[in-house]
Ligand binder design. Sequence first.
Ligand code: PLP
Length: 621
Amino acid sequence: MSLLSVARDGHSRLVVTATVTTTQLAVGFVSLLLACTRRSWLPLLKSRGPLDYLAEDGDDFESWGGELLRWITDYRKNCKKSHVISRVPHNYLIEGPMALPGSAPVEPEGYRSIMSDLDSKIVPGLTHWEASNKFFAYFKPHASYPAVLGELLCAGLNVMGFDWIASPACTELEVVVLDWLAKFLRLPSKFLSISEGPGGGVIQGSAGESAIVVLLAALKKKEAELKGKTGGRQNMVVYGSDQAHTIIFKGSKILGVEFHEINTVDSDYKLTAKALEAAMAEDERKGKVPFAVVATTGTTSTCVFDPLEEIVEVAKKRNLWLHIDAAYGGAYACLDGYEAKFAGLEGADSYVVNCHKKLLCPFDIAALYLADRNPVLAALGVESEYLRNEASESGAVIDYENWQMPLGRRFRALKLWFVMRRFGTVGMRDHVRNGTVLAERFAGKVKQHDDLELACAVSLSLVCFRWRGEGEGKLVGLVGGGGAGPGAEIKAVLGDKEKLEALIGPAGVGGRRDGVVEELGGVVEKVAREVGKDRAAVAAAVNEVLDDERKHAELLKAVKDTGNCFIIHTKLRGEWCNKYVIRLACGGVEQRGEDVDGAFQVIGGVLAHLKKTREVAKVVV
Ligand code: PLP
């Protein structure tokens, strides 16, 4: 007859309907009492199962869902004013004043209290990747609003598209949008699912996962070709440049094969056919078995493009799998004028482009295209009795579980579908182009600055620059260039990565091992004597070369400390020693010219201050 209502907090209520008898009234009373004292009353409420906790969540979801979307919009607006890099101390959520409880709450909590912690505890620990116009680090991500809605829908629907029957729309939308994307990016038709051949696209979680999938397929293919006579996995070699992303190295580790990293210092950081040939010939002499090549179109450090056409020829000659890592650079194939950079793609076996980099989607959506799906199916295909179904057995459908490592798969195509429809190819192309325009704008300022120089040609939306240094020039003037002359001796010590790191530390913050310092001092002494130059002048020039990394590290740190510009560094092998290079990646969805100008102002201001205040570190005295 009555309704017993126990309020738990301001937002959710539990409601128990009961016909009241004296005993039940007593039970109800006790439950109420226990609930009020926050003791364990749940077992007493027999009618309350796990589903009851969700009974009201539909309404909550709608109202709090709206609230959350508003929260995200506000966050994206407000974070522009904040320090771009989070400044919380280590372990801040684990211990100390901002720590979260050590165990999960026993009783359900309302959204309001969760949201309150979101503001007070989570936001301070965020580095503002997405919406801050001061973020120029890594590669600027682009989770556009339509893609965020697609992501929400993906979670809301929560279908598992491991095979076609599990949710036909999940598979078929993926086929359709990946073909749309392939056309937008002007990929060879062999990569499209609608093409006559055995090719097609599949969404993977990342470029890293994609690399493992295709390298495994390549490995199995070569093993089958050689009928197992390979000398074992440790004897199998995949080739790429020293500029290839470390995921290739990681993938090789996982597969138990060797990654032959080819030095590109003499070829403008590009993988050349000549170097590739030489590396393979050397390995074959040792009895090793090449099985795959990875070329990169848009390397992570400097966005260099490996020359695909000549690499294709080397791979073809030995019947090797050619994978193209276009994780970042691939998006730029939509722009006119970039055709030459992608020439040769026709000869690739696989190609990956991350939609979560330049293509407006949040992580995780990597589009992997295969010229022939069969080697991947042979490597990863499994038959599970519990998944057998007529559609699969008809052979007329795609079952994506056999194209990937896990079984389960999210409906990730939704986010790309939302993006492609909401922006149109015109909007997407404008977005990609915007990054290149901003990069040119920043580079123009670098070129005009007395103390800065471009470290390499601007590529895509990336500018790599350096604080000019005189050390190398002075050294060459004093003792001669590398070659076989006395300069070679100094160069040899400076070029020894291990020794150098002992001197200046891997992060450029002073390692200094006295043995190494003494050795370098000795070499300077000897060379100065040989060439009849002032020892102090030679030492000063060497110090300046050594100081190069340290001054860049100081500049970078000071820029980041302002909170108004987040940039990172990379290192390139140089003539005398590794070169410290600062990377500025632009082109966020909302980034404009004035943001790039702002970044330049911050960097210029910090540099001017350091120039006045810092001293060249004296390693050799
Ligand atoms: N390949 C290249 C060229 C990249 O630049 C990156 C990341 O920046 C990756 C691969 C790694 O991508 P993912 O995180 O999708 O594995």
